[in-house]
Design a protein. Structure first.
Length: 270
């Protein structure tokens, strides 16, 4: 990834940039004027003030991150949101419209943390708070039969963590497809363990995160992917020169998202 002034960031094939975005301490710090009418309308639909603030902060953060890649002011970036058909089912993914070389991206937010994943190829990302045992029990019937068997074979203390990692992988993949949970979660097996299992044409895996949340990304293609994580401080994200500060941030954590399926195929075909 190149680094420098606003508009100079870029990702290449085989790379993923992951940005962790905190909500501000005060809702007054969220520059809502940078959002479009659709985003403001969606924010107003949240009943709880905390949820509304998280949504606003996530979308302002997304626009400021994208500005560091495109060189376009956050409020002027033409972001097309998720689309839904007449039956309410999700159709398509959010994207930047009409900007040559704009990166692909995916946004997720959960319980005080937003995550933006940026790549040169089709991508989905998901972040969730670590689930409770009750959540695991309630969601088990929705999983692929092989995933259920793998989870039920694990000791209770390990099952909750394994489910959290699996569920974020599943949601990241479905967001990458553009269907979200309109596609039944049990149709695709992403494996509840570290065994090499993924849908054809996708690389899916978890990324390192803080103790209270789990996250994953899914990218179209194959082969190992280099992941760079950055945690944007609140004083950077909501500063007047936020875009410039984001563009100059050093990598926080580097990791490699292993394509275990491709590796397994390679070993079987020397």
């Amino acid at each position: 990834m190149r680094q420098g002034t606003a508009g100079s960031l870029a990702v290449r094939r085989g790379e993923v940039d992951v940005w962790l975005l905190p909500p501000p301490a005060s809702p007054r710090d969220v520059p809502g004027h940078e959002l479009d009418a659709r985003e403001r309308e969606r924010a107003a639909s949240y009943l709880r003030a905390r949820d509304r603030q998280t949504y606003l902060a996530a979308h302002v953060g997304l626009r400021r991150v994208l500005a560091a890649y495109t060189g376009i002011a956050p409020g002027r970036i033409p972001v097309a949101g998720e689309r839904y058909g007449v039956d309410g089912e999700r159709q398509g993914r959010p994207k930047v419209l009409g900007v040559a070389g704009a990166p692909q991206f995916s946004l997720s937010h959960s319980h005080g943390l937003a995550l933006v994943a940026v790549a040169a190829v089709r991508i989905g990302a998901d972040v969730q708070r670590v689930p409770t045992a009750e959540t695991v029990r309630a969601c088990l019937p929705a999983l692929h039969p092989a995933e259920r068997r793998e989870l039920l074979a694990l000791p209770d203390p390990w099952r909750t963590a394994a489910f959290g990692r699996l569920w974020t992988r599943k949601e990241a993949y479905l967001k990458g497809l553009g269907t979200g949970l309109a596609r039944a979660p049990g149709l695709d097996c992403l494996s509840a363990t570290d065994l090499p299992a993924r849908p054809p044409g996708w690389v899916v895996g978890n990324v390192p995160l803080c103790r209270g949340h789990v996250a994953a990304v899914a990218l179209s293609g194959s082969g190992d992917q280099r992941v760079t994580l950055r945690s944007v401080p609140e004083e950077f994200l909501y500063a007047r020169d936020a875009v410039e500060r984001i563009a100059r941030m050093e990598p926080g954590v580097r990791a490699v998202l292993r394509d275990r399926v491709a590796a397994a195929v390679g070993r079987s075909n020397p």
